[in-house]
Design a protein around this ligand. Structure first.
Ligand SMILES: NC(=O)c1ccc[n+]([C@@H]2O[C@H](COP(=O)([O-])OP(=O)(O)OC[C@H]3O[C@@H](n4cnc5c(N)ncnc54)[C@H](OP(=O)(O)O)[C@@H]3O)[C@@H](O)[C@H]2O)c1
Length: 245
């Protein structure tokens, strides 16, 4: 059995899907987890489940697109656990539609939540990590950040932005703070529930017939965190073997 992960981990988007699985996986491995999302009831139930299994969890209701709220998350985490070792920037939305539909509000919310959200969270935790002289930022991007699929253009752009931010951060921040960007392919979650366009819904449903369970991504995140401090797992691409893009 491997050594317990003695770390404090902030996980955004922890109320469902990949974030929820990551919280369960890391807590089972010994991490103390701070859950962040907008749905309090889901996080409360998850925190209870984690504690029922012998783990340690707290939660903070926050919208990642609100920079002041993210600073409050960092303060609450330090108040509860005294440090922040890892930030998993996982919260995201995929309100996709053809560009010609001009759903500008959806473009705004994807940019606010998928790009500004991770930046606000990084800005909130970085002073703590710099003081500690240690830390790890993990950004959840997508295979669509590597290769655009028409119909999901703005979503893909937000994920490509995360790839750039993660690599630039790695180069700038130096050896004490690690940077990982993980790009999942099709994973079972609630991500597509809000897609209104019927043709896109149908395309997504076909692509997700053999989707991975969220726990597969959680295990990859655990792997990156569990490496010795001088080992940077900088990029991970994880997709079903049947996915060809
Ligand atoms: N599923 C896939 O196939 C796939 C593939 C590649 C990448 N990803 C990425 O994986 C990440 C997790 O998605 P998922 O698949 O697990 O989908 P999901 O089940 O829909 O989870 C999304 C999470 O983000 C949270 N969230 C959304 N907007 C938020 C906001 N403004 N503030 C705080 N939290 C917010 C949601 O919680 P609340 O609604 O409670 O706030 C939820 O916990 C996303 O970044 C997504 O782009 C997913």
């Amino acid at each position: 059995m491997s050594a317990p992960i003695d770390k404090v981990v902030v996980i955004t988007g922890a109320s469902s899907g990949i974030g929820e699985a990551t919280a369960e996986c890391l807590a089972a491995a010994g991490a103390r987890v701070m859950l962040v999302a907008r749905r309090a009831d889901r996080m409360e139930a998850l925190a209870r489940r984690i504690e029922g299994a012998g783990g340690v969890a707290a939660f903070c209701v926050a919208d990642v697109s609100d920079s002041a709220a993210m600073r409050r998350v960092a303060d609450a985490t330090v108040a509860a656990f005294r440090r922040i070792d890892v930030l998993v920037n996982n919260a995201g939305v995929m309100s996709i539609s053809p560009l010609s539909d001009l759903k500008v509000e959806d473009w705004d919310s994807m940019i606010d939540i998928n790009v500004k959200g991770p930046l606000y969270a990084m800005a909130a935790v970085l002073p703590v990590m710099l003081r500690q002289k240690s830390g790890h930022i993990i950004n959840v991007a997508s295979t669509l950040g590597h290769r655009v699929n028409g119909g999901a253009t703005i979503y893909a752009a937000t994920k490509a932005a995360l790839l750039a931010i993660s690599e630039g951060f790695r180069q700038e921040i130096g050896p004490d703070i690690r940077s990982t960007v993980i790009s999942p392919g099709a994973v079972t979650s609630e991500l597509h529930d809000g897609i209104a366009d019927p043709a896109l819904r149908e395309r997504i449903a076909a692509a997700y017939e053999k989707a991975l369970p969220a726990m597969a991504v959680a295990n990859a995140i655990l792997y990156a965190i569990a490496q010795p401090a001088d080992v940077g797992i900088n990029e991970i691409v994880i997709r079903p073997t049947s996915q060809n893009y």
